[in-house]
Design a protein around this ligand. Structure first.
Ligand code: ADP
Ligand code: MG
Length: 256
């Protein structure tokens, strides 16, 4: 667990006059489970969206698996802007689970999971189906394969969202507040699945969450974001029981 699989170096991100990431330095090691906590608007989702190449950056650099996200090596050692091919390759390393599930409403549960592996990875329908059924089993939804998203509870939808992300065999899984749109009684079933994945040694996980107790249980490291920077980071033990920054203490006392 020594190599950085994700690395942000002095990353700047602005929307008009608003600086969202302010020379952010941030890295995650292969296999590490990292939680990001912090107030609304502090740039947490932006970090995940940049990794998914849903947003560009205004300065600094982002590397995934040792390769720059926005550039590629042109062969002579210099860097050129990323081609669509390079971006596709880099995106293939990551899967993302969204707050609002983002399932395809007109497709069955199983098809939601098999669509991208067939279209993007070129799996045969039979292979994708088999893998899809295994993943539904993993998230406890083997009996829901033929349903449509509208027939599922929020907790079930999110478990499909997790299975769909895993179907692309990412080495990094990103979660953006995966339980914050759920009724309280449905949160546990989703956290259970995420907790199961956290036991997978090889999978790198980056989780933005308000579930402090859960973050504490599953994370190797917790980062407190504040105004586009990491204000404080440490083991869950350090950060939750003995934060060194007043700002962290303030935030935690408001949410715990
Ligand atoms: P968090 O996830 O920590 O709540 P975000 O990363 O979503 O924060 O957003 C950080 C800031 O950037 C917020 O003030 C938000 O309003 C702003 N922001 C995010 N996306 C956009 C966008 N596409 N256009 C303009 N402002 C944005
Ligand atoms: Mg957010």
């Amino acid at each position: 667990m020594s190599e950085d699989i994700i690395r942000f170096d002095k990353v700047e991100k602005r929307f008009g006059d608003l600086t969202v990431l302010n020379k952010l330095d941030f890295s995650v090691k292969r296999g590490e489970k990292v939680s990001i906590i912090g107030p609304s608007g502090s740039g947490k989702s932006t970090v995940l969206r940049i990794l998914m190449t849903l947003e560009g950056i205004d300065g600094g650099s982002v590397t995934v698996d040792g390769e720059p996200l926005w550039h590629e090596n042109s062969g002579d050692g210099s860097l050129k802007p990323a081609s669509e091919k390079h971006l596709r390759k880099m995106r293939g390393k990551l899967g993302m689970v969204f707050q609002h599930f983002n399932l395809f409403p007109h497709m069955s549960v199983l098809r939601n999971i098999t669509e991208a592996p067939v279209k993007v990875l070129g799996l045969s329908k039979a292979e994708a189906r088999q893998r899809g059924e295994e993943l539904l089993e993993l998230v406890g939804l083997a009996d829901q394969a033929q349903k449509f998203p509208s027939q599922l509870s929020g907790g079930q939808k999110q478990r499909v969202g997790i299975a769909r992300a895993l179907a692309m065999r990412p080495s990094i899984l990103l979660f953006d507040e995966p339980t914050s749109a759920l009724d309280p009684e449905l949160v546990g079933e989703v956290l259970n699945v995420i907790g199961k994945l956290a036991d997978e040694h090889d999978l790198t996980m980056l989780l933005v969450t308000h579930e402090m107790r859960f973050a504490r249980e599953i994370s190797d490291r917790v980062c407190f974001f504040d105004r586009g920077k990491i204000r404080e980071e440490g083991t869950p033990e350090e950060l939750f029981t003995d934060p060194s920054e007043d700002r962290t203490r303030e935030f935690l006392s408001a949410v715990l």
